[in-house]
Write a protein that binds this ligand. Structure first.
Ligand code: WQD
Length: 338
C-alpha cells in the first residue's frame, strides 16, 4: 500500500515514514521543507536502505497536490504538514489559519477526486486546554484553544468529522499527540527545531551540549508534586508506530464512512523537573538550569488515558522516559559533531 505522508520530512513525519517502510508500506513524502531540510531524506535512506520518494510540494497548492495524485496512486494519506509553533501562531494567526486549514481542505478535496479513502490526521492534546479531570480520555470535553495553533487543530478535527458525516466515502482518524520527544536510536533523524527551540527537550539538549547558556524552567509554583508543569512525554518512535496502527485499522474498516479520535500518550505524567533529573541520570550529564517565571498560556498539567488506542488500535507506548532522553541526547550529540 502506497501512503502519502505530508510533512514527512518533519520530526514526527520522518519517524512515521520509517515505521511505515518497516511495516511493508510504501511511504511517499510531500513536504515544502518550511520546517525541515533535505538532510532528513539522507537520514531516512541510511535507516531504510533506499530512497524514499520525495516531492517538494506545499499542500495548500491545489494544482500541485492534484498533479501528485495524478502521478501516484495512493491508498491512504497521513497528514502532518502544518505550522506548529504555539508562540508564532499568536503573532501571526492568519498565516496559521490559512496554512493549516487550507492544506486540509485541499487534501480532502483531491482525495475525493481520486477516490483515496484512508486518512490519518495529526491532532494534538492542545484541544483539551487545561482539563478539569485527569487523565484525559477522548470524551474529555475539548476546551477553547489557548492559541491559534491549537484552534486550527480543533477546527480541522471538526472539518473532518462534519465531512465524514456527509458520507463522502472517507475513513478518517485523528490522533491527539501529547508531548513527542526523543529520536530514532540510529541518530540518523530527530528533532530539528528552527532557531531557538520553544519546546522543552530540544532546548534542554542544546543547553546540555553547551549551545545554550542554561535551561530556564518556566515556573515551579504550580499545583503539582514539585511545582513544575506535568506533561505526558512520549517517544516519537512510539508515536510513529501509532500511525501505522491507524492505517491498518482504516484498511480493515468495513464502513465506507468512519471517523474516530485517539489519544496517543504513554498514560504517565512527569513534571519538568522529573524529566530533567531523568535526563541527567540516563546520560550521566549535569544540566545547567534555573527556575524562571511561568510561560503565559502553559497548561499546568495534562496526561493521557490511552486505553482506547490500546484496545481499538492495538497500540501501546513501549519506551520509557529514560529511553526517550537517551535517544534525544544521542541525536543532539550527533548534531554537534556534524
Ligand atoms: C513542555 C513543558 C513548559 C521550554 C506544545 C504544544 C503542543 C505540541 C508540543 C506541537 C511546559 C516547559 C518548555 C523551556 C520549560 N506542539 N518548558 N522551559 O507547551 O506542553 O506543548 O508543544 O505539536 O501542541 O502546545 O510543550 O515542550 O513547549 O513545554 O520549562 O525552555 O516544558 O513550561 O511546562 P507544550 P513544551
Amino acid at each position: 500500500m502506497k501512503i502519502l505522508v505530508t510533512g514527512g520530512a518533519g520530526f514526527i513525519g520522518s519517524h512515521t515514514v520509517v515505521e511505515l517502510q518497516m511495516a511493508g508500506y510504501q511511504p511517499v513524502i510531500a513536504d515544502n521543507l518550511y520546517n525541515s531540510n533535505r538532510e532528513v531524506l539522507a537520514g531516512l535512506k541510511n535507516i531504510v536502505g533506499q530512497e524514499i520518494p520525495f516531492f517538494e510540494i506545499d499542500c495548500t497548492d491545489e494544482a500541485a497536490v492534484r498533479q501528485l495524485f495524478e502521478k501516484e496512486q495512493f491508498d491512504g494519506v497521513i497528514h502532518f504538514a502544518a505550522y506548529k509553533a504555539v508562540g508564532e501562531s499568536v503573532e501571526e494567526p492568519l498565516k496559521y489559519y490559512q496554512n493549516n486549514i487550507d492544506s486540509l481542505l485541499v487534501l480532502l478535496k483531491i482525495m475525493r477526486r481520486f477516490k483515496v479513502s484512508n486518512f490519518v490526521f495529526s491532532s494534538s492534546c492542545t484541544v483539551y486546554g487545561q482539563p478539569d479531570t485527569l487523565p484525559v480520555t477522548e470524551d474529555t470535553p475539548r476546551q477553547p484553544a489557548t492559541s491559534p495553533y491549537g484552534n486550527t487543530k480543533v477546527m480541522c478535527e471538526d472539518i473532518i468529522r462534519d465531512y465524514v458525516h456527509s458520507k463522502p466515502a472517507l475513513k478518517a482518524i485523528s490522533l491527539r499527540y501529547f508531548n513527542p520527544i526523543g529520536a530514532h536510536h540510529s541518530a540518523e533523524i530527530g528533532e530539528l527545531p528552527n532557531g531557538v527551540p520553544s519546546n522543552l527537550v530540544p532546548y534542554l539538549t542544546q543547553a546540555a551540549a553547551g549551545l545554550r547558556d542554561k535551561l530556564v524552567v518556566f515556573g515551579d509554583d504550580y499545583d503539582t508534586p514539585d511545582g513544575t508543569c506535568v506533561r505526558d512525554f512520549i517517544h516519537v518512535v512510539d508515536l510513529a508506530k501509532a500511525h501505522v496502527k491507524a492505517i491498518e485499522l482504516l484498511e480493515k474498516q468495513p464502513e465506507a464512512n468512519y471517523y474516530d479520535v485517539f489519544n496517543v500518550g504513554t498514560g504517565d505524567g512527569n513534571t519538568v523537573l522529573e524529566l530533567i533529573n531523568t535526563f541527567e541520570k540516563a546520560n550521566g550529564v549535569k544540566l545547567n538550569y534555573t527556575i524562571g517565571p511561568r510561560r503565559p498560556g502553559d497548561v499546568e498539567k495534562i496526561w493521557a488515558q490511552s486505553d482506547k488506542a490500546n484496545t481499538v488500535l492495538g497500540w501501546k507506548a513501549e519506551k520509557s522516559l529514560a529511553d526517550s532522553l537517551r535517544d534525544a541526547w544521542r541525536w543532539q550529540s550527533k548534531l554537534v559533531e556534524s
